[in-house]
Design a protein around this ligand. Structure first.
Ligand code: ATP
Ligand code: MG
Length: 266
């Protein structure tokens, strides 16, 4: 299998607290990989480690055959990211903000217009960012991540704070990217129902541990076997199927939490 991101027993400890616990991920090239888990599960921490923003306590990872930390800079060059609501200079326009990132990356001028167009901000590129709506800022964050069309996009809750139509638009945009230009996307969210509409592969985290990794089809099969889904195949996309998958996800988390409590008592 052609994996573009692999982590081996990736672990992050803050004093005695384990935020990420021996996580081994395998992310296929060209996939949209949805990262799910409750608040504090470790999603952002893993993404930050992949971007070299925080150092792993233990474990290792490779991105496109490059090993961290030796190839840190070349990893960053081919990875676009959006982590926890990116910040911009309010007194500069959207276009000027992107141009700063473009210069740092040392890429062609046209990439700014290209990215603004990709996220549907072409007509607002000249507006000051302090006058942008929340959705426009999120789009600008995505445009920044996409500058230079990197082969890997790491997006931490990119639809956070958007209204339903904004969520729909950003979701469609993200879905279209691997087709528009060859890229792999790692995206986090709280909602399985949301990820289900975008991703083809899923990783489920709870308290820093990976509870499930596999394709959406495998998750559906799993749901069927455990009695959570009543349908599979195309029908699984209907409302009942989606709700059942969400139920299964929640039950997986509950079961893990109950096991933890039990172990804690022993
Ligand atoms: N710098 C830090 N020092 C101490 N603990 C930290 C630090 N950064 C994160 N943590 C802890 O690590 C755990 C994982 O946090 P993380 O931000 O990765 O979760 P998350 O899955 O992204 O959650 P959310 O869905 O709320 O964004 C949390 O318990 C958090 O409090
Ligand atoms: Mg987070």
């Amino acid at each position: 299998m052609d994996y573009i991101i692999t982590t081996k027993q990736l672990t992050k400890r803050y004093k005695s607290f384990i935020a990420v616990d021996n996580v081994s991920l395998n992310i296929q090239k060209g996939s949209i990989y949805g990262f799910l888990g409750p608040n504090g599960a470790g999603k952002s921490t893993i993404m930050k480690m992949l971007l070299g923003l925080t150092a792993p306590t233990k474990g290792s990872f490779t991105i496109d055959g490059k090993q961290f930390p030796n190839d840190r800079l070349s990893i960053l060059k081919e990875t676009g990211s959006f982590i926890e609501s990116p910040s911009f200079y309010g007194n500069l326009t959207g276009e000027e903000n992107l141009d700063i990132i473009r210069r740092i990356l040392g890429i062609h001028r046209n990439s700014v217009k290209d990215a603004l167009e990709l996220v549907g901000l072409a007509e607002f590129g000249g507006r000051l960012v302090k006058k942008y709506s929340l959705g426009m800022k999120q789009r600008l964050g995505l445009a920044g991540a996409m500058l230079g069309r990197p082969s890997i996009l790491i997006l931490d809750e990119p639809t956070n704070g958007l209204d339903p139509s904004g969520i729909h638009e950003i979701r469609n945009l993200i879905k279209s990217l691997p087709g528009l230009y060859k890229c792999t996307i790692l995206i986090s969210s709280h909602m399985l129902s949301e990820i289900e509409l975008m991703a083809d592969h899923i990783g489920i985290l709870n308290h820093g541990r990976l509870l499930f990794e596999g394709s959406l089809d495998e998750l559906r099969k799993n749901a069927l076997q455990t009695g959570f889904a009543t349908q599979s195949g195309p029908d699984a996309d209907n409302k009942t199927g989606a709700a059942n998958l969400e139920d299964m996800f929640l039950s997986m988390i509950d079961k893990d939490n109950a096991g933890r409590k039990q172990r804690g008592k022993l």
